[in-house]
Design a protein around this ligand. Structure first.
Ligand SMILES: [Zn+2]
Length: 464
């Protein structure tokens, strides 16, 4: 059986105490790589040993297996509620791991009385209607875990959760050796300059065309070669098309480079991720898949090609690189997207609140000094660059988010625009009269292949 780190043990104790104190919805936050899957697996198996049935919800099918493996480390075989798992699911197990999409469609088969504890992984998604439906369907003691307890706009999660427990900070985890340090280079100007903002982040279409210039990727290849030649890398891209293109350009430069996304066959994807660790794949490019939750500990280099307004997304993406792995002493982040200047160091210690999310912490973001010769970004202090020793360093700069914090009215405007956009999208789907029209929507919005088919069949069923 696995031994917990001290911070995981005290996290489990803190969560237990919160339930004793009468809270029913407890949100726990700790940085990516801090071992939250192990933490809630421990809580779940402990609770199960005392006769409680535990339901763990994860937001992507890829995370199901990761969670199952974590539970097994505590000597238990969990059941699985996820499409495609029916054959090997273990329905009698006291611990069930569910993919949110599957659970939602089968909710009527899982009555609330059957479970005593609900765990929500990546709980910052829990303001979405699906999650809300699930949390209120069960209405049992619920634990949420996330590295970024806020919405895309930075707003808090107080509508869902009753209390927030802060786990250890980045600095603490680095000292413990749970996370690696990172060297950060900020290269190139702001590619997103002038790109319009919608629903709290840059418009994808516009970003895509702004970034669809070979110069940016060419730059990325040069800097990869200079700072991390051939080391296992993940490139974070704007869209699937962009990810494909970046992979092609890296391949053209002589690296083994491939794009992965939700539609990539699992066996192929696992093979590619394994290839990173084995050294026969150098650069994996991805749009959304690797941003959250999916473990790729062997990756040592982050090639950041997606400008974002969301501090949470920046933290989630860069956090993928900070996990420890054999032979990995530090991570290298090559920021070609201007995100460091927007949000500060991705591994800065931040304070969160349920009511205000990140707002509070933004005022604490550290200034950044940049080396004019090698583009290393570091915390103000040293007169010479700690990376290359050059004496030319720029004046410390404060991240933009601190300078230009959104006013309440602006935030409300963004929220309103998001809701309006969501309504518009639903209306559009409702108006589609044929399978072909649904298919066009699937393509346009970059939904997973099969979405239109699923929608169309559901409609036919309804029509009887
Ligand atoms: Zn330097």
């Amino acid at each position: 059986m696995l031994t917990l780190w001290p911070h995981q043990q005290s996290g489990a104790d803190d969560i237990r105490r919160a339930f004793y104190a009468g809270y029913r919805r407890v949100l726990y936050t700790l940085p990516t790589g801090g071992g939250k899957t192990i933490l809630f697996s421990y809580i779940a198996t402990q609770a199960a040993a005392k006769g409680n049935r535990v339901l763990i919800c994860v937001h992507r099918r890829e995370l199901v297996r990761q969670t199952v493996e974590s539970i097994r480390q505590f000597g238990m075989e969990p059941g699985v509620i996820a499409a495609g798992w029916d054959g090997e699911s273990n329905a009698r197990s006291m611990v069930q791991v569910a993919s949110i999409d599957t659970l939602r469609t089968r909710l009527q088969y899982y009555p609330a009385w059957r479970y005593q504890i609900l765990v929500i992984d990546e709980a910052h998604h829990a303001t979405a209607a699906t999650w809300e439906a699930i949390i209120s369907h069960f209405d049992i003691p619920t634990i949420g875990v996330t590295a970024t307890p806020c919405r895309l706009t930075g707003k808090g999660l107080g509508e869902i959760w009753e209390t927030l427990i802060q786990g250890p900070a980045y600095s603490e985890l680095r000292c413990l050796g749970c996370l690696v340090d990172c060297d950060l280079y900020t290269i190139g100007g702001d590619q997103a300059d002038g790109v319009a903002i919608s629903r709290g982040d840059f418009k994808r279409r516009e970003l895509e065309s702004a970034l669809d210039r070979s110069a940016v990727v060419g730059d990325a290849i040069d800097h990869y070669r200079e700072h991390a030649d051939g080391e296992p890398a993940i490139a974070f891209c704007v869209s699937r098309h962009h990810a494909q293109k970046v992979a092609e350009m890296f391949s053209g430069a002589g690296y083994q480079s491939f794009a992965v996304d939700g539609a990539t066959e699992k066996a192929i994807r696992d093979d590619l991720i394994g290839g990173l660790a084995r050294g026969n794949v150098q650069v994996l490019t991805s749009c959304d898949l690797i941003s959250e939750g999916l473990d790729v500990p062997a990756a040592r280099v982050g090639i950041m090609l997606r400008p974002t307004q969301s501090t949470a997304l920046w933290i989630q993406q860069a956090g993928r690189l900070l996990r420890v792995a054999p032979g990995k002493d530090k991570a290298i982040i090559l920021d070609h997207a201007g995100n460091t200047y927007r949000h500060g160091f991705p591994d800065a210690d931040r304070e969160w609140t349920l009511e205000r999310g990140l707002e509070e912490s933004e005022t604490r973001a550290e200034s950044i000094t940049m080396c004019k010769s090698c583009f290393a970004a570091f915390r103000p202090g040293p007169r010479v660059c700690p990376s290359c020793g050059a004496e030319k360093v720029a004046e410390p700069r404060t991240p933009d988010k601190v300078k230009g914090r959104l006013t309440k009215a602006e935030r409300e405007e963004i929220e309103r625009a998001r809701e309006e956009e969501a309504r518009r999208k639903r209306r559009e789907v409702g108006r589609a009269r044929s399978y072909e029209e649904l298919l066009a929507i699937e393509k346009e919005r970059g939904y997973k292949p099969g979405w239109a088919c699923h929608r169309w069949k559901a409609r036919e069923r309804k029509a009887g």
